[in-house]
Design a binder for this molecule. Structure first.
Ligand SMILES: [Zn+2]
Length: 477
């Protein structure tokens, strides 16, 4: 498997996770992606809040149509805006910009040339009173577009050490800067995809992921979370992680190119294309995870058997449970018992359902926590778990004969684990064990499942239709 910088970061993150599993802080909503972005299917900004997930609503459709360029109603294939604006700097004091083949600075107001910068010469941009300064010189202009000089149209522009395709739009807001990378949606996706799925995975899985990422990008753009700041998505996991060209890989770029313009729609609108790393054997219904019904996020069987997250188990002593709960502001005193309920959701491949609530009974207080909060507090990979307790190993006193030799050849082992609800915890050394399946929220496409489908010869559209119910794959441009 190829590991670029992103993977290294993630691998390091995962190592840290294993080492410090007690402190894992992934939220329930992260976009639950692949190997790579575990919770990621979709990321916090765009992830529907559990209490209030997105409703594909007529009002939002109306708003986007009223907006002209924002409209992505597939009925209007002509004039679709294929440009995306990514905020790569917001509220920054200074931006250092250059281009290997030189660049032009164009006035934001009329697009006329303001200045030329030779190969690798630097424009150090700052702001005061709403106007830009370049290399210390007052420009009297509030917004400037830096565009690479390259006859091939493939020039890149460098900002703070990262290279980007397209242009950089730098705007002054008081004494700080907003820096926006304006580029084609397709070029943007080439930078995004390798962070979501390993470029070494089968081409059809990468193509499915490319369509999901494109769909998600347009859905997020329509949410207008950053509209007031002058861009469509930010470059962090808040929207979708993006570092410009440096993550690009040939295989994932090819997947973007061969699916160019294709998105998933439901009733003519881009869907909320949730995905996650590993389902554990069955994906979920949106209402069982986020509390809100989305017609295209339905539970389906999933071949998850080859996922490294298919089965997992995490063990905590009662004392650790108490400490973690306490660190999360839940002081229950000494843990006396644990019980859980499961969602009414889908039947699964393991005879258990996703957890719904967990009750921790303590000497001080008894609390009931939402499974997502339990997942966060204990750093679990999913809410697809069961709980058991295990007694500590107790060593009986060693009996010795008259010569001082031990008469006991074996050590008592711990009693078999007790499965089920309403477990009693007798003392602080008793272990509480979470046995689980999968990685992520379980909604939409399972990436390991998509990989397995691709390996068995399925095409990307078949993969998408399996994980997203009642959708169309439409070509926007
Ligand atoms: Zn964002």
């Amino acid at each position: 498997m190829i590991y670029n910088n992103t993977y290294k970061k993630i691998a390091q993150g995962m190592l840290a996770l294993l080492v410090g599993s007690l402190m894992m802080t992934w939220g329930a909503s992260g976009g639950e992606a692949s190997v790579i972005t575990p919770d990621t299917g979709r990321k916090p900004a765009a992830v529907p809040k559990r209490a209030n997930p997105p409703q594909p609503s007529p009002s939002s459709a109306h708003a986007s149509e009223a907006d002209g360029a924002e409209a992505i109603d597939v009925q209007k294939k002509s004039g679709v805006d294929n440009i995306i604006r990514i905020g790569i700097g917001d509220g920054v004091a200074k931006g250092v910009i250059s281009s290997a083949n030189g660049m032009n600075a164009l006035k934001g107001t009329d697009g006329r040339l303001y200045d030329e910068f030779k190969s690798n010469s630097v424009a150090s941009v700052s702001a005061a009173e709403g106007k830009l300064f370049i290399n210390g010189k007052k420009t009297g202009i509030a917004s400037m577009v830096f565009t690479p000089v390259d006859g091939s149209g493939k020039g890149k522009i460098k900002y703070n050490g990262h290279e980007y395709r397209g242009q950089l739009v730098v705007s002054a807001a008081g004494s700080s800067l907003t820096i926006v990378n304006r580029l084609s949606l397709e070029d943007y996706l080439k930078g995004v995809l390798p962070s979501e799925m390993s470029p070494s995975w089968p081409g059809e899985a990468l193509k499915a992921q490319a369509v999901a990422a494109r769909t998600f990008t347009l859905y997020t753009k329509n949410q207008k979370a950053h509209f007031g700041s002058g861009y469509d998505l930010c470059d962090s996991t808040h929207c979708q992680a993006y570092d410009g060209v440096e993550n690009e890989e040939d295989t994932s770029s090819a997947a973007v190119e061969t699916t160019a313009g294709h998105i998933m729609t439901h009733e003519g609108k881009p869907i909320y294309a949730a995905f996650h790393s590993s389902s554990g054997g069955c994906t979920e219904n949106s209402e069982d995870v986020w509390g809100n019904y989305l017609p295209y996020l339905r539970a389906v069987k999933d071949d998850d058997s080859k996922s490294p997250f298919h089965n997992w188990s995490v063990r905590f002593t009662a004392a650790e449970v108490q400490r973690l709960l306490s660190a999360a502001g839940k002081n229950i005193g000494q843990l006396k018992g644990v019980s859980m309920t499961t969602s009414g959701g889908s039947p699964d491949a393991h005879g258990i359902r996703r957890a719904k609530e967990v009750k921790f009974a303590g000497t001080g207080e008894t609390i009931v926590l939402d499974a997502y909060e339990v997942r966060r507090i204990f750093g679990l990979k999913s809410t697809f778990f069961n709980i058991r307790t295990e007694r500590p190993v107790t060593l009986p006193p060693v009996k010795r004969d008259a010569k001082g030799n031990s008469t006991k050849k074996t050590i008592d082992t711990a009693p078999a684990a007790m499965h089920g609800a309403g477990l009693q915890v007798e003392n602080a050394s008793v272990a509480v064990i979470f046995d689980g399946h999968g990685f992520g929220h379980g909604l939409g496409m399972s990436q390991y499942g998509a990989k397995a489908m691709a390996e068995s010869g399925k095409k990307y559209d078949g993969i998408l239709h399996h994980y997203y119910t009642d959708i169309k794959i439409s070509k926007l441009y």
